[in-house]
Design a protein around this ligand. Structure first.
Ligand code: N01
Length: 545
């Protein structure tokens, strides 16, 4: 497969043997951590598998890749001067623009000198007598550290479809999360693409423009809204820059890390015309959050959700001209319970003569062959196959590393029935191991940059507290963790989320326990809880000298 996998390490890697903090991952979390830890006078090293900073935005270079949070909101808030200097170009920035921002941050704070690139972590074992972690890499490095922070991202461990023959295809293959740095030219090619989540929905219109012919294999349709992307005006940028401080505060207090109007009415109490007008306004606004927050009950009441679902179905059918294709593109699960998408011309793309939709519910995937893809109905021949098949989300990048805590306890085994954390930050049995936006925190249900900054600040404050009190370790207690896991499940149970086979539930990975992993209680409420825990002497964590 053509990928962005980093080449063999250069000979001049500088790897320390002992540091105060090891950070894994040089995405938005790892970069901000390194900056803060240095400011605290701590020694730190960051290990990163790629050849540069950027994390998600380093790896996911597929055509059409953009974030679906507006650029001025999808940025760090910790440096007001940087906020004023960086110039965003578009409402929803492209992957190259976000990567340029990450590089700008790395340059500004001279971060790269403490980042070891081209290096994956393979193991991290806790030594109870020494109260240290030993972190090992794929290149046989071993680093001893007091604190270990997994800043590995929620969507880093990519997955392929679980069908035979993946290696037998003679043409080119690509995964959206490992896209070649030099790009791919599909001109004149017959392309098959599997997967219609955000990566598929964003790349399909762009690949369709280029390829001779595109066939999309869809197991589950996505709900997607038009992004209404455009260049930012000078006045918009100036207005945002002038109001940044208030906006940042509003982000922190919001439900999704993006300030929105608070709904006051049930969708069931309004007239058809009022409801249709509200949905139309949300659709035209180009904002996912606007649609889901139009009424109080869309995410918690099936009957209410059906109103939004039916309305979006009618929209899809008004765009897609072939009735059977339009019907196949209409999802049946409640809207919002799988990650909705934001697109540029997605549904319109199916009106092209050279784009075809294969409904895998009718004709399941059987295998990849030398010439293409075989479903239960027939074989399709291609020059290239694109896998937009997603990730082992939230836990994959943690359990792929051989993490062993007290008494040699394996994180992977401990989480075999689903992830168990306190606040999504720590896990009982694993002292001084922190996760940034781990399972049990709002993470993927929020604007990630807001949640990343909150966790990094919290973790650094906790480390500073230990040092100031002459303490050595911090570890989630079993009781606090059990209560938090119950709470996370209880909150999810109030919502419609568990009704869909989503990656939030682990349902996209065969054999993965079906547990709703993120915390659905909202960014603002969650932050209050974390602040309260810290204020009360890290209530629910055991601190030892
Ligand atoms: O991955 P996905 P993604 N046979 O898991 C299908 C973020 N993101 O890379 O739904 C056949 O959503 C799978 O089918 P199903 C965002 O949080 C953000 O697109 O499991 N099909 C699905 O259709 C997003 O949610 C942005 O039935 C198989 C697709 O592959 C997350 O990343 C952009 C299959 C995978 O969709 C992941 O998005 C991109 C199989 N064996 C990503 N296995 C923005 O900010 C999987 N599929 C805009």
């Amino acid at each position: 497969m053509s990928t962005t996998e980093a080449p063999a390490p250069a000979g001049d890697r500088q790897v320390p043997t002992t540091v105060d903090v090891v950070v894994v991952g040089a995405g938005f979390s790892g970069m901000y951590l390194l900056h803060k830890l240095r400011g605290m006078g701590l020694s730190a090293v960051v290990f990163e598998a790629g050849t540069d900073v950027g994390g998600t935005w380093y790896w996911n270079r597929y055509p059409g890749a953009r974030v679906d949070v507006e650029s001025l909101a999808y940025s760090y808030s910790f440096d007001p001067d940087m906020e004023q200097r960086f110039e965003w170009q578009e409402r929803y920035p492209t992957q190259p623009e976000i990567l340029a921002y990450a590089r700008h941050v790395a340059d500004r704070f001279d971060l790269r000198k403490d980042i070891v690139f081209r290096t994956r972590i393979t193991a991290a074992h806790y030594d109870e007598a020494e109260r240290t972690w030993t972190v090992r890499t794929e290149h046989e490095d071993a680093v001893t550290t007091r604190f270990l922070v997994m800043a590995t991202g929620c969507l880093s461990s990519s997955k392929l479809p679980e069908i035979p023959g993946l290696d037998s295809f003679k043409g080119e293959t690509f995964h959206t999360a490992h896209w070649p740095h030099e790009g791919v030219d599909f001109t004149g090619k017959r392309v098959g693409l599997i997967g219609t989540g955000s990566s598929g929905v964003q790349s399909i219109p762009v690949i369709a423009e280029q390829a001779d012919d595109l066939t999309v294999f869809q197991r589950t349709p996505a709900y997607s809204l038009p992004a209404r992307n455009r260049k930012l005006t000078v006045d918009e940028i100036a207005g945002m820059k002038a109001g940044y401080r208030d906006y940042r505060q509003a982000q922190k207090e919001s439900g999704f890390g993006v300030p929105t109007a608070i709904p006051t009415k049930s969708v069931l109490e309004v007239s058809d015309s009022e409801r249709n007008a509200a949905f139309e306004q949300a659709w035209e606004s180009g904002s996912l959050v606007n649609l889901l927050t139009t009424y109080t009950d869309l995410t918690v009441n099936q009957e209410a959700n059906d109103k939004a679902k039916d309305w979006v179905h009618s929209k899809i059918k008004s765009i897609v001209t072939d009735p059977r294709t339009a019907q196949d593109l209409c999802p049946e699960y409640p809207i919002g319970t799988k990650r909705p998408c934001l697109d540029s011309g997605y549904y319109e793309t199916y009106n092209r003569d050279d784009v075809h939709l294969v409904n895998l519910q009718r004709e399941p995937l059987i295998e990849v062959t030398e010439r293409g893809i075989r479903t239960a109905a027939r074989e399709y021949e291609f020059d290239a196959i694109v896998y937009a098949t997603g990730f082992d989300a939230m836990t994959g990048s943690l359990t792929n590393v051989d993490i062993r805590g007290r008494d040699g306890t394996s994180l992977k085994e401990t989480w075999s029935a689903g992830p168990r954390t306190y606040l999504g930050i720590g896990s009982a049995g694993f002292p001084n191991l922190f996760m940034i936006t781990g399972p049990g925190s709002p993470s993927v249900l929020s604007n990630m940059v807001v949640s990343i900054e909150q966790h990094v600040d919290w973790v650094c404050d906790a480390v500073a507290h230990l040092r100031s009190q002459g303490l050595t370790t911090i570890e989630a207690t079993q009781e606090a963790q059990d209560a938090w896991v119950d709470h996370v499940n209880q909150v999810a149970g109030f919502t419609l989320y568990p009704k869909a086979n989503s990656w939030y539930m682990g349902a996209n990975v065969p054999g993965k326990p079906r547990v709703f992993m993120p915390y659905a209680g909202g960014v603002g409420e969650y932050r209050k809880k974390c602040d309260e825990v810290a204020k009360n002497g890290y209530d629910g964590f055991a601190l030892t000298a």
